[in-house]
Ligand binder design. Structure first.
Ligand code: MV4
Length: 602
């Protein structure tokens, strides 16, 4: 029997390094972190038992520096290396360097399996050997437009022209018909050369509304290979997954089992060991092999949530030469799990612009059946040099609808400031009827989801104060509120800078009617031009929850034009002059700062 490791080095950073450290701690295994100059004080470093500097700032200088990592292995005396995902996880040369070093074990697949699955044509052939079909196509590289036309005439249009040595979604061209063949093949070859250094392309029938369904497998060195269930990752944008879930909506048990068995056959065909994922396209009840990912994936937690299996623990067992801790027959899947990737990106207008910076404030969701795998805590810096995944919010529910509502609840609890995040896009996705019905496909986010007006969850604040003013002195303000027709006198203690009179409605959204409010005597926020003028501004930082007027509406003095959530209160923002609304500059969900103009009245 193999002996379990006593110390593991994690050749990664961020949430996945943290994820691996946690399981090691539960197993009583000591952990070694490595870090770049920018990560000296990162969460994975703080949590590990030991940490070694790799030097450098960029990934190439640090987490992709083989020599520096080997040095850290030897200095620490680590007995095994977990690569996480990304970086060296699917690098056969690095795997060989580790395997060739007698003092340390590789917690990953054999380098030969990484290589077979590393290019499209050889992985399609391996799958075909295992009796698992890809999308109908031609496996040998093609070079002429005539071959595209002949294929299209035989199998139907459109035709997908794919880079043979590609991956991750680049290097695919869709050819709609015979007249486009020459241009499409030329551009596919040019892209293949540019991205992958090889011009070879091959053909497949193009599926017009596919779902991305992938199967988690794990194999040990004793000949056991088990599938744990599928994940639907169709909610993605430009090949960046946004939401993942299991089970896949609407997939029958029969197809699930067929896909699971096909995934195991593909893994066996390349003598796979460790955790891996076999990707399929699924359309109209048929599934087609796409590629195999020879690593632990970002979205592995949803599988853990429904099976109760700790995939990292099993990876470690398998790498230590132990048999899997379960059999195919003992795997039970229960309920439904959804994951949202919380990235430091601004989803406004569907642009998803990177938003690196310091997380000045973070309130995390918790409560029943909520898991948040974070790579950063409040005060940490999200660097432009690395992946901007802040964390993965994961929920479990007895069924899909319960999980979906739970995720919306959890997203509602999340507050992040200092960087913009994708959270608002997730709320838009999860609350959309197409997603609720499970009828979305891999094209849905880009083609059907309207993200106009979706604000980043919290705009950069530039200071650490937070919306309630942090350490700022507070002043008492007495306001009258009306809740369900009953009047209350309420005392508010608010930061001095925000102490501008507003009509507030406590808690509930359908509180008292708007009433005229006095003009702000001395607007501390400096938007003095607003007083009595046609521009209505918000008195404090917060989130617009409702817009009550539209362009063309006539409004009276004191009439509420929108509702602002700030300091855990809903505040009416009122017009200061009568007239016609000519501009509405905000929409629900949008974060606003003191002095921002919300509505213009003429
Ligand atoms: C396809 C396809 C439709 N038909 N192949 C894009 C990434 C690459 N690895 C495979 N991809 C696709 N291949 C055929 N024959 C549609 C896609 C596709 C896609 C696949 C998985 C996840 C997201 C996707 C987004 C757009 C297109």
């Amino acid at each position: 029997m193999a002996t379990m490791f006593t110390k593991i080095l994690i050749a990664n950073r961020g949430e996945i390094a943290v994820r691996v450290i946690r399981t090691c701690r539960e197993l009583g295994i000591a952990t070694v972190a490595v870090y770049s100059e920018l990560d000296r004080d990162a969460l994975h470093v703080r949590l590990a038992d030991e940490a070694y500097a790799l030097g450098g700032q960029t990934a190439a200088e640090s987490y992709l520096n083989t020599e520096a990592i080997l040095d850290a292995i030897h200095r620490s005396g680590a007995e095994a290396v977990h690569p996480g995902y990304g970086f060296f996880s699917e690098n056969a040369d690095f795997a060989r360097a580790i395997i060739g070093d007698e003092s340390v074990r590789w917690i990953g697949p054999p380098p030969e399996a990484i290589e077979v699955m590393g290019d499209k044509i050889s992985s399609r052939k391996a799958a075909a050997r295992a009796g698992v079909a890809g999308v109908p196509g031609i496996d040998t590289p093609i070079t002429s437009a005539a071959e595209v036309v002949a294929f299209g005439e035989e199998h139907g249009w459109p035709v997908a022209i794919k880079a043979a040595f590609g991956g991750g979604g680049r290097g695919m061209k869709v050819c709609p018909g015979p007249d486009d063949a020459a241009a499409a093949i030329e551009s596919a070859q040019r892209e293949a050369q540019a991205y992958f250094g090889r011009p070879e392309v091959y053909l497949e029938r193009y599926l017009t509304w596919p779902r991305h369904v992938e199967l988690q497998i794990i194999a040990d060195t004793h000949g056991n290979c088990v599938w744990l269930g599928e994940r639907d990752c169709s909610a993605q944008r430009r090949h960046q997954k946004l939401v993942e879930e299991t089970p896949a909506p609407g997939l029958s048990d029969e197809i699930r089992r067929a896909m699971g068995e096909a995934a195991v056959q593909v893994a066996r065909a390349c003598d796979y060991v460790n955790a891996g994922t076999v990707e399929f396209l699924y359309q109209d009840g048929e599934f087609y092999f796409l590629e195999m990912n020879t690593r632990l994936q970002v979205e592995h937690p949803v599988t853990e949530m429904v099976t109760g299996v700790d995939l990292v623990a099993e990876q470690i067992r398998v790498a230590a030469g132990e048999p899997l801790g379960f059999t195919q027959g003992s795997i039970e899947r229960r309920g439904h799990s959804i994951e949202c990737r919380i990235n430091a990106e601004d989803p406004a207008e569907g642009r998803f612009l990177p938003s690196p910076g310091r997380i000045t404030r973070m309130e995390v969701p918790d409560g029943p059946w909520v898991r948040f795998d974070l790579g950063y805590h409040e005060g940490d810096e999200v660097s432009q040099y690395y992946d901007n995944l802040i964390g993965k919010l994961i929920v479990w529910g007895r069924d899909r609808e319960e999980a979906r509502r739970r995720m919306l609840r959890a997203l509602g609890e999340l507050r992040i400031e200092g960087v913009a995040t994708t959270a608002a896009a997730h709320t838009a996705i999860l609350s959309h009827p197409d997603f609720a019905a499970g009828t979305h496909s891999t094209k849905w986010v880009e083609e059907n989801l309207d993200l106009t007006g979706v604000g980043a969850m919290a705009a950069p604040t530039g200071d650490g104060a937070g919306p309630d003013g942090g350490d700022e002195a507070r002043v008492r303000r007495d306001v009258d509120v009306e809740v369900n027709g009953k009047r209350f006198k309420v005392a508010l203690w608010v930061p001095e800078s925000a102490a501008v009179p507003v009509a507030a409605t406590a808690g509930g959204s359908d509180g008292g009617a708007a009433r005229p409010r006095p003009k702000p005597s001395a607007p501390a926020h400096g938007a003095s031009g607003a007083a009595g003028a046609g521009t209505v501004t918000v008195p404090m930082q917060g989130t617009i929850v409702k817009v009550l007027v539209a362009v063309g509406d006539t409004v009276e003095v004191g009439q509420a034009v929108c509702i602002l959530e700030a300091m855990k209160m809903e505040n009416h923002v009122n017009a200061e002059k009568a007239g016609t609304v000519t501009e509405v500059r905000v929409s629900p969900g949008q974060a606003v700062g003191a002095g921002d103009v919300v509505v213009v009245i003429e």
